[in-house]
Design a protein around this ligand. Structure first.
Ligand code: G6Q
Length: 535
């Protein structure tokens, strides 16, 4: 990629780009040139450090990387996750019933809809009170047990769509192997009214299996020890039927998915069962329809009007040409408070790679660090560094025209902050402006804002299930675009697998009655000995 003429041209442009103040002054039509709209999202990227030539060069890079054919390969079900020899078909999870997508010659769409129908039937039975607990009480509490991709999507979606959720029920999420997570999530719950969803693709994950066992003990202790109670209080979401039944959950109460769904791409599979229980099957289908709408936009739109493609290319631009190490995601909607955490996994687990698909080391930086908090809260803390620090931090502002809780002036005040922040980041405040305000000379340099700090604004009508689907797909496809430009596998996660193996070696050394024969480095050995003494 770095030898492409477009890459060379971008490198020289990076040196000579005018300040955003000058770019806007020179072209009154700049905003319209760098705004696109599709699938209900309005995307303003005009406050980025770019000219028409920059965009053209970035689009050239996408062509040179074979993005078009790679998009087709993913949607077709080719095994593009080459290190695990798997197709990557989260797009099939939201394909309409009429679609046909084949993996190893088998159409997966009917299976997807069969699971969705079973989830809907189950959700309706729980929500209506027809599904009863062991003692005949209706289910009032739903606890999802899962971690990583089996937790972050469900938590984020529950928080994001809380407005649409069944407020008569309590939803909790347990992920951490720290016993505090389980204890706090269940301390005020009545076992006879509690349903656990054990969500684990593999059904072998240490944290989830430990929490699931603790949940079973907690339930049986509360219900007099009759193990037949498990059937009414536990369901599983997994690809591993064998392990589900070994755990003691009837596979009739299991909702499946497939190896072609990566954990971080699974919130719209059966992993979304807690979401469906919260918002109901119709809203869940709206969520899927929103995903599909953005998928189709990404698959079919020309690159110059393709929102996720442009967004992904801009990420590469800052990452590789400006050395920007992070991206801030700033949702101006309280319901999206877990969205940055969700995106951290999606982006960093996907593109935190340093080996190309050919097995060679990458020759550019890859996935940036994503972080963020909802606005306006962040404005009162870390925005200082974005405005006046020494680092370049591209920002994504996400905002909605309508609040789901319209209260007096709140929404106008919220939105005024979105616009004001992006304006201040782009245009800053010069020394002359500061002095003209009558600022004392000694203070003036401290009050200067350099400006020229890039931001995107994503604006939608309001946060609905469909909008959330569009937004998540937008980021999924942006991440895909970035991965294609870097020629890496965005769909494996060997770094995560490593963690799963490492702890297993140390567990017996902490638990053994006799002094273990430790063979780690001196630091690890002494920490283990110290912990054994302290515990
Ligand atoms: C996601 C990752 C990882 C995974 C968790 C949970 O892409 O692989 O976050 O989702 O480790 O795995 P299980 O669902 O198998 O328990």
């Amino acid at each position: 990629m770095t030898t492409q003429p477009a890459w060379q041209s971008l490198q020289s442009q990076r040196e000579s780009l005018p300040h955003l103040r000058d770019l806007f002054a020179a072209d009154p039509a700049r905003a319209e040139k760098f705004q696109r709209e599709a699938a209900g999202l309005f995307f303003d990227f005009s406050k980025n450090l770019l000219t028409a030539e920059t965009l053209a060069n970035l689009l050239d890079l996408a062509e040179a990387a074979g993005l078009r054919s790679k998009i087709d390969a993913m949607f077709r079900g080719d095994k593009i996750n080459i290190t695990e020899n798997r197709a990557v078909l989260h797009t099939a999870l939201r394909a309409p019933r009429t679609a046909s997508i084949k993996v190893d010659g088998v159409d997966v769409v009917p299976e997807v809809h069969a699971v969705l129908d079973r989830m809907a039937d189950f959700s309706n039975r729980v929500r209506s009170g027809e599904w009863k607990g062991h003692t005949g009480k209706i289910i009032r509490n739903i606890v999802n047990i899962g971690i990583g991709g089996s937790d972050l999507g469900p938590v984020m979606a529950y928080e994001a769509l809380r407005h649409y959720s069944d407020r008569t029920r309590i939803f909790r999420f347990v992920s951490n192997v720290d016993g505090t997570d389980f204890a706090e999530a269940t301390r005020d719950l009545d076992p006879s009214e509690t349903l656990f969803i054990v969500s684990s693709k593999t059904f072998t994950t240490l944290e989830t299996m430990t929490n699931a066992s603790t949940a079973r003990e907690w339930l049986l202790a509360g219900l007099g020890g009759d193990s037949s109670a498990v059937a009414k209080h536990f369901v599983a979401v997994s690809t591993n039927a064998e392990k589900v039944s070994a755990f003691g959950i009837d596979t009739a109460n299991m909702f499946g998915f497939w190896d072609w769904v990566g954990g971080r791409y699974s919130m719209d599979s059966a992993i979304g069962l807690s979401t469906m229980l919260a918002i109901g099957p119709d809203h869940f289908r709206d969520l899927l329809a929103g995903f599909h709408e953005m998928d189709e936009h990404f698959r079919t739109a020309p690159f110059e009007s393709n929102l996720p493609v442009i967004h992904g290319l801009l990420a590469v631009w800052y990452n590789d040409f400006f050395g920007a190490q992070t991206v801030a995601v700033l949702p101006y909607d309280q319901y999206l408070k877990r969205f940055p955490a969700y995106l951290q996994q999606l982006t960093m687990e996907s593109n935190g790679k340093s080996t190309t698909l050919a097995g060679t080391p990458v020759d550019t930086d890859t996935g940036p660090i994503y972080w963020g908090e909802p606005g306006t809260n962040g404005q009162h803390s870390f925005y200082q560094l974005i405005h006046q620090g020494t680092r370049l931090i591209p920002c994504d502002f996400i905002a909605f025209a309508h609040s789901l809780n319209p209260l007096g002036r709140h929404q106008d005040l919220l939105m005024s902050n979105v616009f004001a922040q992006t304006e201040a980041l782009a245009f800053g405040k010069t020394l002359a402006q500061v002095e003209a305000e009558g600022t004392p000379a000694a203070l003036a340099p401290h009050r200067v804002f350099e400006g020229n700090r890039p931001s995107n604004v994503l604006l939608a009508d309001k946060l609905t299930p469909a909008t959330l689907g569009r937004l998540v797909s937008f980021y999924e496809m942006s991440v895909f675009t970035q991965g294609v430009l870097w020629n890496i596998n965005s769909f494996d996660q060997w770094g995560v697998e490593l963690g799963k193996v490492l702890a297993q070696r140390i567990i017996p050394e902490l638990e053994s009655a006799g002094e273990p024969d430790l063979k780690h480095d001196s630091s690890t050995n002494s920490l283990i000995r110290r912990y054994r003494k302290m515990k």
